[in-house]
Ligand binder design. Structure first.
Ligand code: ADP
Ligand code: MG
Length: 282
């Protein structure tokens, strides 16, 4: 397809929702693959001790591999923990190892415990406006509002909240938005909820349509027009270590992630002027 416009500097998007199973990891992985497919350079940071994003992208993440744990707890430079994706040009991953499960506790006693990821990103030469910058950094968060997610919220300027289009979808969002307000007031005044994505959408049910209209009424333009359909191809892809875009390129799940990624790129960063078109797009 056509290349999507590059943002003027790296957009750091935090994929968060303290509910488990809403599609955070699926969204981080497939949005990243889709943005890369559109010609953009993307870094995924796996911040969930379960390492699902690392697994889904077939990135080695056994104990001993440099990971997000080493960056957060030991101050290892982020660049040292970055792995190139073996198959997807322009896609890079900082994996999570099981060590990260202890970080939530270890960080409590550390200096600057909320700002460690922000510092690591700020010190990375490809985060910013260099020519060969990452256009996007997507941070996959664990299903909690602890210090790992807090580090991501302090480090990022944008949040991408996946909402599962089913009953109770909005439950718990109040708590999430209160956390965002707390972070904005005390730790990171740039943080905005720029993007909401409806996931596991089943167009055949009234319930999904109801949840969708409720979310759109509540959040307006923050909600992407594209919703991600519930599809078995999306859930199968990770067991092959592939994005759905590689696994079944023509499937509705793949096409919807490609479309959602294009929307994100075309809207541009909040507050930025409309992104300039990619050089090759006439
Ligand atoms: P989270 O990271 O929020 O816990 P996941 O991304 O791991 O959520 O998704 C939870 C489960 O739902 C996984 O088994 C995943 O494969 C499945 N899933 C996610 N999105 C879809 C979809 N669009 N269609 C079908 N299954 C999906
Ligand atoms: Mg997850």
């Amino acid at each position: 397809g056509d290349p999507a416009p590059r943002p003027a500097s790296t957009r750091v998007m935090v994929v968060a929702n303290q509910k488990g199973g809403v599609g955070k990891t699926t969204t981080a992985v497939n949005m990243a693959a889709a943005l890369a497919q559109h010609g953009l350079r993307v870094l995924v940071i796996d911040l969930d001790p379960q390492g699902n994003a690392s697994t889904a992208l077939a990135i080695p993440h056994h104990r001993g591999v440099l990971s997000s744990y080493d960056v957060l707890v030991d101050g290892v430079p982020l660049a040292e923990a970055v792995q190139d994706h073996p198959d997807i040009p322009g896609l890079f991953v900082v994996p999570a190892t099981i060590d990260l499960a202890g970080a939530e506790i270890e960080l409590v006693a550390m200096d600057a415990r909320e700002t460690r990821l922000r510092t690591a990103l700020a010190e990375h030469p490809l985060v910013g406006d260099a020519d060969d910058r990452y256009d996007y950094v997507l941070v996959d968060c664990p299903p909690s509002l602890g210090l790992l997610t807090l580090n991501a919220l302090v480090a990022g300027a944008e949040m991408l909240i996946p909402i599962q289009a089913e009953y109770y979808a909005l439950e718990g969002l109040g708590q999430l938005l209160e956390t965002v307000e707390m972070v904005r007031a005390h730790l990171n005044d740039r943080l905005v909820v720029s993007t909401i994505l409806l996931t596991m959408f089943d167009a055949r049910t009234n319930l999904a349509a109801g949840v969708s209209s409720e979310v759109r009424t509540h959040f307006g333009d923050q909600v992407l027009r594209t919703a991600i359909p519930r599809s078995v191809r999306v859930s199968e892809a990770p067991s092959y270590g592939q994005s759905v875009i590689a696994y079944d390129p023509g499937s509705p799940g793949a096409l919807s992630y490609l479309e959602a990624a294009r929307e994100v790129a075309l809207r541009g960063a909040p507050g930025a002027s409309t992104p300039s078109p990619a050089p090759s797009a006439a």
